[in-house]
Design a protein around this ligand. Sequence first.
Ligand SMILES: [Fe+2]
Length: 184
Amino acid sequence: MSYENQDVKPPLHSIEMLKAEHFNIVRACGEAKAMAQSLLRSEKVPAEALAAITRFFAEYVGERHRRKERDLLFPFIERDYGPEVLAASLRDHEEGCWWIRSLDQIARAYACGCGQSGKRWAETALRYVAMLEAQFEAEEHLLYPLAETAISPDEERTLSQAFEEVDNEADERLGYRAGKVAAA
Ligand SMILES: [Fe+2]
């Protein structure tokens, strides 16, 4: 599709990156919901599966995605539209960190075979996932369109680069790069 001679801006690469992350996160939410339903039916779910999905929420949602939005994207929106439009999403980001810490603690208790921890993880995960899904809906329908009008082409280039740096730092921190080097 060509955008030439049209009064329509092409989609910003940075926003497309964030939407792709939302897609990945929603897919993980589906897995978390399936695990939660199994736990609520008193079915056995491996402790490592709970730990792995909790780790994904901590590293991918609570760190990588949150840093891109809160630290890099939102300042452009605030500059043009003021802080009010960001209040709900910022609150959701903070609340999300709290939910992730709770999930992590409960997943550790579950790994130790602690009584009701499976059902508690399930209930916590279902509430967290519902909050995330509502947050993404609001970001994609309210905040991203504002960002697309606020950000200039030069700013977009800088922003996309900054996003890639966040990814590189996160990969290094998690040892993905070291793993690739070791495997080469
Ligand atoms: Fe987001």
